[in-house]
Design a protein around this ligand. Structure first.
Ligand SMILES: [Zn+2]
Length: 289
């Protein structure tokens, strides 16, 4: 958290709610967010206008007039909240601060005030996230330097053959392989669990053990799970517990509850060191070899 669907939701909020607005002031309360930034403070943004927002994997890139681009990574607990002058608000990312609560929160580290009275609050209770401000001309290269693989959803969707070959080279559990951002970018813990349940694959299956049919199910399930998350503005999971809408999420955060597909009880286990949810009937354990 936030995973790709949450970051995509942030991108859409920034693009829809902030494009065309001019920054009047910025209050940076946690300078270490800019620890690796080519431009070491945010004041060059004052007087600039938001031009649009892009995303690559889980990095958000906000383009500003004056050829400036601000990259943001939200890591474990980042959140953006846009509050307009009329009080209407749009919040995405980590559920703390409470989206309907008071801003700024004590974990709000950057406050952007726009000329029309709109305010953008960037909060991060864990402080692992970062911001990097640079000339727009340098942004593509900065994004490329992360070495992200093709993505699990959207215009950079990974080709089936590419994913098949990458999995065929790995004997680690399929879940662990899918979490590796060099295999496919943007899949995090929640959406891997959901994709594997949709594909009816046990998360501990060796990545190189999938049959053609199983691979095809998985290849369809990855964008399906991410699209479901994006459609919901990020799956609703609070303190590790899911609040499903229309049967999604189906397994993550639902330990002890009934599988929507077969009625069996969802269990929680660990795979590759990560808390993992699955349906023991839909996703049978690999036979011991
Ligand atoms: Zn089931």
């Amino acid at each position: 958290m936030p995973e790709l669907p949450e970051v995509e939701t942030m991108r859409r909020i920034v693009e829809r709610e902030l494009t065309g607005r001019t920054l009047e002031s910025v209050d940076l309360r946690l300078p270490k967010l800019l620890r690796d930034s080519p431009i070491a403070d945010l004041s060059p943004l004052v007087g600039r206008r938001v031009v649009g927002a892009r995303r690559r994997a889980k990095v958000l890139a906000i383009d500003w007039s004056g050829d400036l681009t601000l990259l943001a990574h939200f890591k474990l607990a980042g959140q953006l909240a846009v509050i307009h002058a009329d009080g209407s608000r749009h919040v995405a990312g980590h559920p703390v601060p409470a989206p309907d609560g008071d801003y700024p929160h004590k974990a709000t580290h950057v406050i952007y005030r726009f000329a029309d009275g709109t305010t953008l609050y960037h909060s991060d209770i864990r402080q692992f996230g970062w911001l990097r401000l640079m000339p727009t001309a340098d942004a593509e290269q900065a994004l490329a330097a992360f070495g992200f693989a093709d993505e699990g959803v959207g215009p950079n969707l990974i080709a089936a053959d590419t994913l098949r070959q990458r999995l065929a080279r790995r004997r680690i559990p399929i879940k662990q392989a899918l979490l590796d951002q060099a295999v496919v970018a943007g899949l995090g813990n929640i959406y891997v669990d959901e994709a594997l349940h949709e594909a009816r694959l046990h998360p501990a299956r060796p990545a190189n053990s999938l049959t053609d049919d199983e691979f095809e199910r998985l290849y369809a399930a990855i964008p399906w799970a991410l699209e479901r998350g994006i459609a919901q503005g990020g799956a609703k999971i609070i303190h590790g517990r899911a609040y499903p809408a229309d049967g999604f999420p189906a397994v993550h955060g639902r330990e002890g509850e009934a599988c929507f597909r077969c009625g069996a009880t969802i269990v929680k286990t660990r795979v590759g060191g990560r808390g993992t949810y699955l349906c023991p009937v839909c996703q049978p354990e690999p036979a011991a070899s």
